[in-house]
Design a binder for this molecule. Structure first.
Ligand code: GAR
Length: 209
């Protein structure tokens, strides 16, 4: 499975993917890493591994659609089977998403549909949630609203602050993303009629990985 990764920052999820591939635990190849931020550590991680790393600056484009046209022309050029948004913090235009339905996934730090958008850990604390976690979902036009493939849960402890909770979730994000990619690489997961199918059957609830 040829994987293109979109990332805006730290790139710990990218590193988890690269580590799993290096250990022989994921039958995939990262064929390109793309970012809207020139200084994203994710780009440096890619370059260190000899992987094509490209930055596209939103400032160089008049609209989101034009930016996405350029970004995704670079992504398409590496011929990915799957596009993984791993800490990619920009909205993607509807047309760019629609052209890649079922071939683009995102990892989001909450148990979707709870706590979409930003500051998910603080949102969970403010809501008094007892459990929290992360989700991997197919990307659709609705922000953080696409069909959820898999989730990982963590408890919320009484004295947690957002940073402690974020760290606990992040620890689970990495194996969750790798395990989900393994299912996709094996051809066990697909998006059919807007529903996640696992081994040919529509999932009633997200996989717990
Ligand atoms: C991760 O926690 C990821 O779930 C989140 O950004 C972080 C990126 O970390 N993504 C979003 O909030 C997307 N809405 P990383 O750069 O170390 O992988």
């Amino acid at each position: 499975m040829r994987v293109a990764v979109l990332a805006s920052g730290r790139g710990s999820n990218l590193l988890a993917i690269l580590d799993a591939i290096a250990r022989g635990e994921l039958a995939a190849q990262v064929v390109g890493v793309f970012s809207d931020k020139a200084q994203a550590p994710a780009l440096a991680h890619a370059r260190n591994c000899g992987i094509e790393a490209r930055h596209v600056s939103p400032r160089d484009f008049a609209s989101r659609a034009e930016f996405d046209e350029r970004l995704f022309s670079l992504v398409d050029a590496v011929q990915p089977d799957l596009i993984v948004c791993a800490g990619y913090m920009r909205l993607i235009s509807d047309s760019a998403v629609a052209a890649r339905t079922g071939r683009m996934i995102n990892i989001h730090p909450s148990l979707l549909p709870d706590f979409k958008g930003l500051h998910t850990h603080q949102q969970a604390l403010d809501a008094g949630a007892r459990r929290h976690g992360a989700s991997v979902h197919f990307v659709t036009a609705e922000l953080d609203g696409g069909p959820v493939i898999a989730q990982a849960r963590v408890p919320v402890e009484a004295d947690d602050d957002a940073a402690q909770l974020a760290a606990r979730v992040l620890q689970r994000e990495h194996p969750l993303l790798v395990a989900t990619l393994r299912e996709l690489a094996a051809g066990r997961v697909a998006l059919i009629d807007h529903r996640v199918h696992f081994n040919g059957r529509a999932l009633a609830a997200p996989l717990q990985l």
